[in-house]
Design a protein around this ligand. Structure first.
Ligand code: NAD
Length: 378
C-alpha cells in the first residue's frame, strides 16, 4: 500500500473504490473489470490559480467518476488551505520541483495541467512520463510542435490525453452538433462565432506576456470561436484568412488585442470568427439553408441559452461543464468510451491559430489548411 495513507484509503473506500486496484497499485487502463470501473479516479491539479480554485476543484467535489486527490503548486501558502478544504493528504501535495515523484503515488490517476500556456507542454510531458493520464488546459500549448511533443509523450507512455475543452461535454454543443448532423434546417451555409472580454486589469498579467501566453485574445478566447465554428459546420476548415485590430497598443504591448478571421469549409460553408481582449462577445450563430440556430451566451460557464428560427428555445438544466468534462474523461479511461476532446483536437486548433497569425503577418493572405477529419469528434 505504498504512498497511500490510512486517510486516503478510507476516503477512497467511501467513494466506491473496488479493492483490487488499490492493493495492487495497478495503473488504470481501458478494459478495467466491472469492480474497478466503479471507483473514482484521483485527479491532481497542477497550478492553483483562478480556474482551478473557482471552477475545477468545486466541480471535482460533485463529480461522479473522479475526485480531487492531489495538488501541485509553486505557492507553499496555498498548500495548507487546499489540504484542509479538500481533505488532501500531505503525501499528495507537490511543488514544481518534486512533481515527478507523483509517479510513485498510486492515488493519482490523472494530472490536470492548469498553468500559463507556455508551461503546458513541460508539465504534460512530465505527467505522461510519470505514467499519469493527462488533461491539458486550453490552448493545448503555444505551438504545433509542442502539441506534437505532448501527444508523442502520452502515446509513448501509453496514457490518455485530453484538452480542457469543457464545451465538448456540454449538452448545448451536442444539440448544435445534432442539428448539423441531422440537417434539421438543411445544410449549414454560414457560421459565425464571437468570443471576447474587456481586459483592463494588471498589465503585467501572464495573459498579456507572449513568453507565457504564446499569444493574446486568439489563444485565450479565440480557441472557443474556432471550436464552435467547427462544431457549427461539422467539418474542419480548408482555408483561413485573418486581420488584427489594435486600439489600445499601450496596454496590449506584446499580444493581440482583437482578431477577425474568415474560414472556408469543404462543403462550401463560410465561417467567421471574432475574438478580443477589448470587447465583450459570447455568441454562436449557425445559418442553415432553411433556418438558423443561435447560442447566446455560448462560451461562458453557463447557464447557456439558445434558440432556433422556428421560435424554439434550446434549453437544458444547468450542470457544471467542468464536472461533465472531467467525468467524461474519467469514463473514457475506465471504459474506453469516447474521448470528446483528444489531443489531436487541441493540435488541430493550434494549426489553425498558427495559420491565422501567418495570415495576419502576410497582410490577410488566405492560408490553405489540410486537416481532413483531424480532431473531429461527434
Ligand atoms: P491564473 O493566472 O489564475 O493561474 C495561473 C496559475 O499558474 C497560478 O496558480 C500561478 O501561481 C501559476 N504559475 C506558475 N508559474 C507561473 C508564472 N510564471 N506566471 C504566472 N503564473 C504562474 O490563470 P488561470 O485563469 O487559472 O489559467 C490557467 C490555465 O487555464 C490557462 O492555460 C488558461 O487558458 C486555462 N483556462 C481555461 C479555462 C476554460 O474555460 N477551459 C478558463 C480559465 C483558464
Amino acid at each position: 500500500m505504498s504512498n497511500i495513507s490510512r486517510r486516503t484509503f478510507n476516503k477512497r473506500l467511501t467513494q466506491g473504490i473496488a479493492g483490487t486496484a488499490l492493493f495492487t497499485g495497478m495503473p488504470i487502463a481501458c478494459g478495467m473489470g466491472a469492480g474497478q470501473q466503479e471507483r473514482k479516479l484521483g485527479v491532481a491539479l497542477v497550478g492553483l490559480g483562478s480556474y482551478s480554485a473557482g471552477q475545477l476543484a468545486p466541480a471535482l467535489v460533485s463529480a461522479e467518476h473522479c475526485y480531487l486527490a492531489g495538488i501541485v503548486t509553486g505557492t507553499p501558502l496555498k498548500e495548507k488551505q487546499w489540504m484542509e478544504q479538500y481533505d488532501i493528504p500531505k503525501e499528495s501535495v507537490y511543488n514544481y520541483e518534486n512533481f515527478d515523484d507523483i509517479a510513485k503515488n498510486d492515488t493519482i490517476d490523472i494530472v490536470y495541467v492548469v498553468l500559463p500556456n507556455s508551461m503546458h507542454a513541460e508539465f504534460c510531458i512530465r505527467a505522461a512520463k510519470a505514467g499519469k493520464h493527462v488533461i491539458c488546459e486550453k490552448p493545448m500549448a503555444v505551438s504545433v510542435l509542442e502539441c506534437d511533443a505532448i501527444i508523442e509523450a502520452c502515446n509513448t507512455a501509453g496514457v490518455k490525453l485530453s484538452v480542457g475543452y469543457r464545451m465538448q461535454s456540454d449538452p448545448y454543443t451536442d444539440e448544435i452538433k445534432r442539428m448539423v448532423r441531422e440537417k434539421s434546417f438543411g445544410n449549414v451555409q454560414y457560421v459565425s462565432s464571437d468570443a471576447g472580454y474587456i481586459s483592463r486589469s494588471n498589465p503585467d498579467q501572464w495573459r498579456l506576456n507572449k513568453a507565457l501566453s504564446g499569444g493574446g485574445a486568439l489563444l485565450n478566447m479565440g480557441v472557443y470561436s474556432i471550436q464552435s465554428n467547427i462544431y457549427g459546420v461539422g467539418k474542419n476548415p480548408i482555408s483561413v484568412s485573418a486581420q488584427e485590430f489594435s486600439t489600445r497598443p499601450e496596454y496590449f504591448k506584446d499580444t493581440d488585442e482583437s482578431i477577425t478571421a474568415q474560414m472556408q469549409f469543404p462543403n462550401g460553408a463560410a465561417g467567421h470568427l471574432f475574438t478580443s481582449h477589448n470587447a465583450n462577445a459570447n455568441r454562436l450563430f449557425v445559418s442553415f439553408e432553411k433556418g438558423w440556430a443561435e447560442l447566446n451566451p455560448c462560451h461562458s460557464y453557463g447557464p447557456l441559452a439558445g434558440r432556433t428560427s422556428d421560435g424554439k428555445q434550446i434549453k437544458f438544466p444547468h450542470r457544471s461543464q467542468q464536472m461533465l468534462q472531467m467525468d467524461d474523461f474519467a469514463k473514457h479511461i475506465k471504459t474506453g468510451s469516447t474521448n470528446f476532446a483528444p489531443g489531436e483536437m487541441g493540435k488541430r486548433d493550434m494549426i489553425i491559430c498558427e495559420a491565422i497569425y501567418q495570415s495576419i503577418k502576410e497582410g490577410g493572405k488566405t492560408i490553405p489548411l489540410d486537416l481532413g477529419d483531424m480532431g473531429i469528434v461527434s
